[in-house]
Design a protein around this ligand. Sequence first.
Ligand SMILES: *Cc1c(COP(=O)(O)O)cnc(C)c1O
Length: 393
Amino acid sequence: MSFNVNEKGYYGEFGGAYIPEMLYPNVEELRQKYLSIMDEPDFKAEFNQLLKDYVGRPSPLYFAKRLSEKYNTKVYLKREDLNHTGAHKVNNTIGQILLAKRLGKKRIIAETGAGQHGVATATVCALMGIECIVYMGEIDIARQAPNVARMKMLGAEVRPALSGSRTLKDATNEAIRDWINNPVDTHYIIGSAIGPHPYPDMVTRFQSIISEEIKWQLKEKEGRENPDYVVACIGGGSNAAGTYYHFLHEPEVGIIAVEAAGKGVDSGHSAATSKLGKVGVIHGCKTLLMQTPDGQITEPYSISAGLDYPGVGPLHAHLAQSGRGEFFSVTDDDAMNAGLQLTKLEGIIPAIESAHAFAVLDQKKFKPEDIVVISLSGRGDKDLDNYIDYFKL
Ligand SMILES: *Cc1c(COP(=O)(O)O)cnc(C)c1O
């Protein structure tokens, strides 16, 4: 079975490009050119140089000694939290801005929920001196003031989405509307492994640097390239896709995906898409989607803003349906406690998104000789207020 995208843009039955006709020229231009541009030697050189000198890659693969002792297995952390801007998202925005330049685009748009992808996009636009407009729900603008300030300081214009629930999904709709109206000069930087083909594959390839590094780093430390398990949290699925990519077709590597169960999978306040989702179309992509019986998208919930997306990327829907991936759901409470535990045992405060991945250590028993690599997708600085409120610090 293949876990790469096929020529039509599908992973199994998931993926494709379900877009309004007016978007077709933009998406088609990208589809025809993304692979050849990414393959150009000067593209690769510039991408790798920026990952090294600007982002700070390679990110370390850190053996977590005290955490390993506690769970009697070998736990390694892939330190995406040490990247410039604090998470894995910048790997993708660097790749896409370089692509946009080669497509002759003069203007960048993006959607953002909590503001992390907006900040990563505004950052690379500042770096390249390109105009940047970030769509953000009015409610999120009020909730995420520090990230709004960051984006403005970086020179981006933050445009409020005033319709619907005034959150991420509405910001995405506004961004799509903008792209339809500006098809020639604008590139839309999507922030996760979602959206119409070729976005899920393109974002996955930019993030695949994560598993590329894990392979040689593990070879150096353990004498073998393949761990027994790779673990990552899933919002739309970009840090997970990057962490899995070079192991997808290595059957001895177990793939573990962790979704946000919010207040409980069946509580009505959750984002556990693999458990609750049905096949549907969201933002141009056929995938598993939380929806009502008549097909209305259900509002997702998680304490971590980066995981409350009502769908998953099409690769992950395929991993779930085929059984190649093992899916776990982690509640707010379990994630918060896993985040505090990592802080106390290793001196690392994780993003609450990433903390979900660590909670798997309490749900699954690993063998003492197992090598388990966990994607530490981001740092917890942005979540301090949440930690303070939750633990009454
Ligand atoms: C945005 C974010 C996520 C979720 O996005 P994916 O595309 O699923 O990776 C996870 N962790 C952190 C730190 C984030 O900022």
